[in-house]
Design a protein around this ligand. Structure first.
Ligand code: SAH
Length: 460
């Protein structure tokens, strides 16, 4: 029998998706329920019916999952239900870790066609809160700073986000105060009018540096002296950088940055390396787990190896592993990140790491087939390629091109098990064996998970 809208049904939740939806079955049809957890027995109201499945919402928790945290449990965020940032604040941390391991295993089996993925236990955090070093908060009329509700542009006021560094709350409260005493026009999406759109904050956990980036639909920040005075009182090594974004777009940052206070950069230390980070450059969001991630990559490398680090960002992995290998060449498409990489090599007295700017899908095959650069080609014959692409994975032609060169070792670092499994499958179809997979919980309280895969060429 077909379900209908507003129908109330009882459901046992037997599975969970990374987007935070629990899955139950009603009359052999799947029902997806936001916020429901595996093991919950619920009363749900059907809110949308599709051909093969339906969406419901929780009306009553008849018997909650044994892993469900109640709202008064310590640590749990009081806006988690309304804010779209976290999907799993209400799931016990040990169960989050178990869930993420399963997510990775299932993706490798289903998409990667790998029968028995060689997974090590996921590396979790001792304290899975206040781990993030980067925050982007929209601002809306009434000087409200917050985060969007799921799948919407409805702002949920939040200044005390419990996955962000503690400094974030102080900064946002100070900005609320500045806006109330020295108001400026707040950006409104629909008419595309107003000035202040977002506040981006970056924090160096191991250096104490803080960067605040007001994103403006314009060039100048009125009352900038008040902003500077108020924010520098929070942290001695503060920098304030204006970002200009006058486009009608959901993309948060525009292309131009102007430093109005401090150095215009933050520094961060991961293990033995110190990094300078530009406002627009990618850097891993969880410094404690970045150390675990980079160690997991480093564990697969040996003395004397020549390495390409594709999608190298500001040189995060390349510089971390430089003392372990003979040489490493980073390939990265964002010019400023490449400049940070070059600068960071000097900063750390590293002489065997270089960086090239360009698309990995263009440069990597050229490097591997020795056609690219006279100077580099003398030292070609790479032993290892590290790939750390964005969530969408590698450009489709890159894995084939890499496999065709028979490079002996591939280390694939990924924040998306699905695209990782897709790309891993191309390698395993082309003579590589998946030797090891190390999941790392880079993003506690959310459905995301990071992995390091080791692939070795089996037959030449
Ligand atoms: N390995 C780095 C960064 C990984 S994030 C670290 O650990 O910090 C992915 C990086 O790939 C980003 O810096 C992004 O700018 C870059 N990027 C995205 N698409 C690219 C492409 N097609 N070619 C090269 N770099 C790309």
């Amino acid at each position: 029998m077909k379900m209908h809208k507003n129908q109330e049904i009882e459901l046992f939740i037997h599975d969970l998706h990374s987007n935070g939806f629990g899955v139950g079955k009603y009359d052999s049809q799947a029902v997806f329920v936001e916020g429901a957890l595996t093991g919950d027995h619920i009363k749900a109201k059907i809110i949308k019916v599709k051909k093969q499945y339906a969406y419901g919402k929780i009306m009553e928790l008849i018997t909650p999952s044994s892993h469900r945290l109640s709202e008064c449990d310590s640590g749990i965020c009081n806006v988690a239900k309304r804010c779209g940032g976290c999907q799993f604040q209400h799931l016990e941390y040990s169960a989050q870790l178990e869930f993420k391991e399963k997510l990775v295993r299932d993706a490798l089996i289903r998409i990667g066609k790998c029968e028995n993925p060689p997974l090590s236990p996921i590396i979790g955090m001792d304290n899975p809160y206040n781990y993030r070093n980067k925050a982007q908060f929209p601002v809306q009329a009434g000087n409200i700073i917050g985060l969007y509700a799921p799948r919407s542009h409805r702002l949920v006021p939040v200044t005390n986000c419990n996955i962000q560094h503690h400094a974030c709350e102080k900064i946002l409260k100070a900005i609320e105060q500045i806006l109330s005493t020295h108001p400026i026009p707040i950006y409104d999406e629909e008419p595309h009018k107003g000035l202040l759109r977002h506040i981006m904050i970056r924090v160096g956990f191991n250096t104490g540096d803080i960067m605040v980036v007001p994103v403006l639909n314009g060039d100048t920040l009125p009352h900038k002296e008040v902003w500077i005075e108020s924010l520098k009182a929070i942290c001695p090594s503060m920098t304030i950088v204006l970002n200009k974004n006058t486009a009608k777009t959901n993309v948060i940052l525009g292309a131009s940055f102007t430093t109005i206070y401090g150095s215009g950069y933050i520094y961060e230390e991961i293990g033995h390396i110190r990094y300078r980070i530009s406002p627009q450059a990618f850097f891993q969001v969880n410094p404690a787990q970045t150390l675990a991630l980079y160690d997991a990559v480093s564990a697969h490398l040996a003395d004397g190896e020549k390495v390409i680090d594709a999608y190298s960002g500001i040189g995060g992995i390349a510089l971390y592993i430089a003392n372990k290998v003979k040489k490493v060449v980073g390939v990265e498409s964002v010019q400023e990140a490449v400049a940070d990489g070059v600068y960071n090599a000097v900063l750390n007295d590293i002489t065997n790491a270089g960086f090239l700017c360009g698309q990995a899908e263009d440069l990597v095959p050229e490097l591997l087939t020795k056609k690219f650069d006279q100077e580099l080609s003398r030292e070609a014959n790479y032993d290892v390629i590290i790939l750390d692409p964005p969530r969408k994975g590698c450009d489709s032609k890159l894995p084939d091109a890499i496999a065709a060169t028979n490079i002996p070792k591939i280390i694939y670092v990924s924040c998306d098990p699905a695209t990782m499994s897709r790309d891993v499958h191309v390698f395993t179809e082309n003579g590589y064996k998946l030797q090891h997979v190390q999941p790392v919980d880079m993003f506690p309280m959310t459905g995301h998970v990071e992995c390091v895969c080791l692939l070795l060429k089996e037959r030449l």
